[in-house]
Design a protein around this ligand. Sequence first.
Ligand code: SF4
Length: 432
Amino acid sequence: MTETNHIFENVPCTFCGCLCDDLIIEVSDNKVMKNTNGCAISNERFLGHAENRLLRPTVDGTDVSLEQAVDRAVKILKSSRHPLIYGLSSTENDAHRYAYRIAELVGGIVDNTTSVCHGPTILGAQDSGEVTASLAETRHRADLVIYWGSNPAAAHPRHIPRYIRQPGEYITDPKTERDIWVVDIRKTTTARMADRFIQITLGTDLEVLLVLRALIRGHELDVSVVGGLKIDELKEIAQTLKETKYGVLFFGLGLTQSRGRHRNVDAAIRLVQDLNSYTKWNMMPMRGHYNVSGANKTCTWQTGFPYAVDYSRGYPRYQPGEYSAVDALAREEVDAMVNIAADPVAHFPESVIAHLQKIPVINIDPKVNMTSYVAEVNIPAAIAGIECDGAATRMDGLPLYLRKVIDPPDGILPDRDILRMIYDLLKKEMKK
Ligand code: SF4
């Protein structure tokens, strides 16, 4: 049991990939009363923890005990020929372990939300390597920060205030010593507060990146405009990138999910590698879910691959586009789904949802979401980082320990315990 009234300091926020670990959370009578330091999204997450909860396990819409729900989940998985285990990016690392074990036991696919966000980032890094550093290093050293296809003011509200506008060891006055540039197709909220906005034409990220690489290497190009930018402006940008003392390129879904996808990331990595011949640059994806980086890491530890892993042959195989959730569902290759801490019905394409509605879905989540409405089995879970502890990985790869500040509602367990119950019973049943 947690204390009735207490102030917890240095609590990590379990919403976005910034995993801000400086929240001060005040609780009273097992309710979060105040969140100091958190942004508006964080306030909503912590102060709204009791809203819209799944409070009882259900099977076919009828309340059941947890054991009955687990029993039905096991029956579904045992009779499935090729199930999909999906989600994981909004829960803690220990829950992931049982997702991989279940996938291996039943010969299914295990995938996390990377396949619909920064999957191309991983493919690009696998092709070209990774040039990266910590967020703290950015704060201490960077004199130029670029957000490419990313709008942190909306999606990661404390990224700029906490790391970019804060003074560091070598950048003592970030207002005058550090510039923020935004490269995007439209003037976003972040672009409005940036020192420079570079507007490119939709779908031309790859061309612009390749031209910058060529200019940095000193090639003359026989074009006057690329991606909506005049060649003289591109030359001046290339020169500034070379003259920067320490640059960081943060990139978002505007780069990974636009035309070119992992080729865009590949080109961005190679641009940063080229720049390192002249000065110091690194880059980092702006990861969305707070533990999507952790899902990639645990998946790699356990299966050898970061996402889109299939166990149907008894050993892990990796093939994004084939074993990624949307693709496998679109081809109707999976006949059951376990969804953990995600909402595929809210985010997947309509054609995929049509198949989801035909197969049994086991949904494990703290809250009622769109997927709850199509699920045959719903099992409520504790909110990681508020109602149970665990570990998660920040967007720069730093692991952080999550705090439990209140107790979950009666009878509600963390994801890891629910998945362990399913795994243990399934293992027993598979031996029969
Ligand atoms: S920026 Fe992200 S991690 Fe930080 S407080 Fe806001 S929602 Fe939470």
